[in-house]
Design a binder for this molecule. Structure first.
Ligand code: ATP
Length: 254
């Protein structure tokens, strides 16, 4: 598949055209088409098993897809390793689990990507690591090991680690689901600040306060399809979104 060099001004930064994906006999994505503009902030929500994680994992090539087309930051994302690697450099991902290396300090965790994947020397990698540790507001934790940090701090390190790759797109897959309630806000606060920097963000979350405050659009998935997509003000008031709101209410009450 051809890999193009740059995104055109008028091209969406993420484009899905009729994308299908199955695990064995189970169809997880059923003809997803979507278009996300550079700088847009999108929250994806929906029932467990509806395909939210699979959808965002397809964006940076962590998951392959069976049919359709995906373009990310001007690159055609195929099933080949080269296009998946290229796209991964454009789209950083933050997971529910922080996945930090336990035997490395915070700073070393952050320097790894710039040195290994971006070919930076130690000094340049350290500079960038400190810059993004500042951005997530824990510069004083640089020399600690992950086990010495709270869950919220570890997730902020994980966010900084993605930012060190300087991607134009950040993907978040339930970034606060593994956190104790008192730590959720500090992570959402960092994400809200990032959203203000013009970065393209896609976030799978059921934190509807965050969605209301930060999202340009909320997408609701069910059974492998996007069944609703609307700006928050419409999502939270339009009669046709009532089914989605009822569902979210049920999740939030559990
Ligand atoms: N690697 C895999 N192999 C087999 N089935 C999978 C795999 N990954 C996901 N699935 C199945 O695909 C369906 C969709 O999973 P996915 O994680 O995308 O949903 P989700 O909407 O993010 O759910 P949740 O909110 O529970 O994380 C689920 O039924 C899941 O069990």
């Amino acid at each position: 598949m051809r890999i193009e060099a740059a995104v055109r001004d008028d091209e969406p930064i993420i484009l899905f055209d009729n994308v299908f994906k199955s695990f064995g006999d189970f169809q997880v994505l059923k003809g997803i088409s979507l278009s996300i503009a550079a700088g847009e902030r999108v929250v994806i929500c929906g029932p467990s098993g509806s395909g939210k994680s699979t959808l965002i994992r397809c964006i940076n090539g962590l998951e392959s897809y069976d049919a359709g087309h995906i373009r990310v930051a001007g690159l055609a994302l195929g099933t080949d390793d080269a296009s998946r690697r290229a796209v991964r450099g454009k789209a950083g991902m933050v997971f529910q689990q922080f996945n930090l290396f336990p035997h490395l300090t915070v700073l070393e965790n952050l320097m790894l990507g710039p040195m290994r994947a971006r070919g930076m020397n130690r000094a340049a990698a350290e500079e960038i690591a400190r810059r993004y540790l500042d951005r997530v507001r824990i510069p004083e934790q640089a020399d600690k090991y992950p086990r010495q940090l709270s869950g919220g701090q570890q997730q902020r390190v994980a966010i900084a680690r993605s930012l060190c790759m300087e991607p134009g797109i950040m993907l978040f897959d339930e970034p606060t689901s593994a956190l104790d309630p008192e730590m959720i806000n500090e992570v959402l606060e960092v994400m809200a600040e990032l959203a203000g920097t013009g970065m393209t963000m896609l976030c799978v979350t059921h934190e509807m306060g965050f969605a209301r405050r930060v999202a340009d659009r909320i997408m609701f998935m069910d059974h492998g399809e996007i069944v609703e997509t609307a700006p928050p003000e419409r999502f939270f008031s339009a009669p046709e979104s009532q089914r989605c709101r009822d569902f979210l209410q049920k999740i939030l009450n559990h």
